[in-house]
Design a protein around this ligand. Structure first.
Ligand code: CTP
Length: 402
């Protein structure tokens, strides 16, 4: 863990008295620790002791001109590899769940795209309250890692769940995090397209397709987990935003192209969106009305820009690895192999999207990875597994090139 940077957010609670000891153990393991202390936290532990042990400044005031000049509240989290909230009071977790940003600690937590570990600490009844339990579940579903709480005697004289995990356990949680999470794509940037596009017929009607966005979103999440800064450009879907990705929502193919071009430069592009091949050439600004006795309107179609081809041929803006998908219903490998050459991308992930394959709305995918020299067939697996496997192949590609 030598040299890894932890931003330790100390919120209010008697367990804050264990934090100086926790910092000492983190420092023994080679971690760099910088502290944010809430007003509540400062009732239990002094900024001076945290500063002495972390050998760094302690931040507590969002409106401090000096702090903003020196560091800036956004840079506090940008500078860290991980954020740890310890103790995580019921109050700070409720703020995180609701997205409140009324003080420095909650603002940093709302603004961060870094992984967050919480060590809850509170009275047993507060811990068991449905509001706290719902907040904890919500935070977990967003990727927040929880350590503890433990069961035991509490400072308030009661017994039960709610004691903060011991300093050794907090250090172990960081160790698990850093060891379990190799970040081979740290320092790289990926742009991923996902979902369908909607092409307007008029202001209220559109042409769409059956793409769910599950595969593209899973790829963005998998790349992000490997430490890659990931920009997800997505058409309309019902999916939650993958944790830690920058998500840009668009509607049409032309919007998607503009968003992708704006997101460049990138090292990696993965085009998993089911972009509409055509749009209507004459979408009016007003709703098309039925005219009694006249024929239905006819739609004149024009071709949309091809995003994959455009970025594959983007000269010095071309990402060094461009991966496309090939949605095929027949002769999957042959069609995908020629599609790779036609579009100018490096790899193509070919999948069978015939209705019987169930790829479009389903959770599974059967794909073939086509590179310049080979076509490799992967067994049927979940879209999440396809995404993780593809992300680790991408990481291997960059490792081999170094
Ligand atoms: N693609 C794109 N922009 C488009 C059309 C497709 O970026 N306007 C990308 C898709 O995201 C995918 C790849 O091109 O990565 C192939 O998409 P696919 O629908 O299989 O191919 P098409 O180019 O549409 O060809 P066809 O429909 O004739 O098979």
């Amino acid at each position: 863990m030598q040299g890894k940077r932890v931003l330790l957010i100390v919120s209010g609670g008697i367990a804050a008295i264990k934090i100086p000891e926790t910092i000492r153990r983190m420092r023994e393991r080679g971690l760099n620790v910088r502290c944010v202390l809430t007003e509540g936290g400062a009732q239990f532990v002094t900024p001076l002791s945290l500063s002495a042990l972390s050998e760094d400044k302690v931040y507590s005031d969002i409106f401090s001109l000096t702090d903003e000049n020196e560091m800036g509240h956004i840079n506090l989290s940008r500078d860290a590899d991980v954020l740890m909230v310890a103790p995580a009071s019921a109050d700070i977790m409720a703020k995180m769940a609701a997205g409140l940003a009324g003080d420095l600690a909650s603002t940093v937590l709302l603004a961060t795209d870094k992984p967050v570990i919480c060590a809850p600490a509170m009275n047993v009844r507060m811990w068991e309250h449905p509001a706290t339990q719902a907040n904890v579940e919500l935070l977990k579903s967003r990727g927040v890692i929880m350590v503890g709480p433990d069961e035991g005697d509490m400072a308030c004289g009661e017994y039960g769940m709610g004691r903060m995990a011991e300093p050794d356990m907090l250090v172990k949680a960081l160790e698990d995090f850093f060891l379990a999470a190799p970040r081979p794509l740290e320092g790289r940037h990926a742009v991923v397209t996902s979902g369908p596009t909607h092409e307007p017929i008029d202001p209220v009607r559109y042409i769409a397709n059956r793409s769910s966005g599950k595969q593209g979103h899973a790829i963005a999440a998998a790349l992000q987990k490997l430490g890659c800064k990931t920009t997800l450009v997505t058409g309309p879907t019902n999916l939650k935003d993958p944790v830690g990705c920058d998500v840009i929502r668009i509607e049409s193919a032309r919007d998607m192209l503009a968003a992708v071009e704006k997101a460049l430069p990138a090292d990696i592009a993965v085009c998993a969106a089911a972009v509409a091949d055509w749009r209507t050439s004459n979408a009016p600004d007003q709703k098309i009305k039925k005219q009694a006795g006249s024929a239905p309107p006819s739609l004149e179609m024009v071709e949309n820009p091809d995003i994959l081809s455009t970025i594959s041929n983007a000269g010095n803006k071309r990402p060094s690895l461009v991966v496309g998908f090939a949605a095929e219903t027949d002769d999957v490998i042959e069609n995908a192999t020629s599609k790779r050459e036609r579009k100018g991308c490096d790899w193509i992930v070919a999948n069978d999207v015939s209705p019987q394959a169930g790829t479009f709305a389903g959770d599974d995918n059967t794909v073939h990875l086509i590179t310049s020299g080979s076509a490799e067939s992967w067994p049927r697996m979940t879209k999440t597994d396809v995404a993780n496997q593809l992300a680790s192949r991408i990481a291997q590609h960059f490792e081999a090139a170094e």
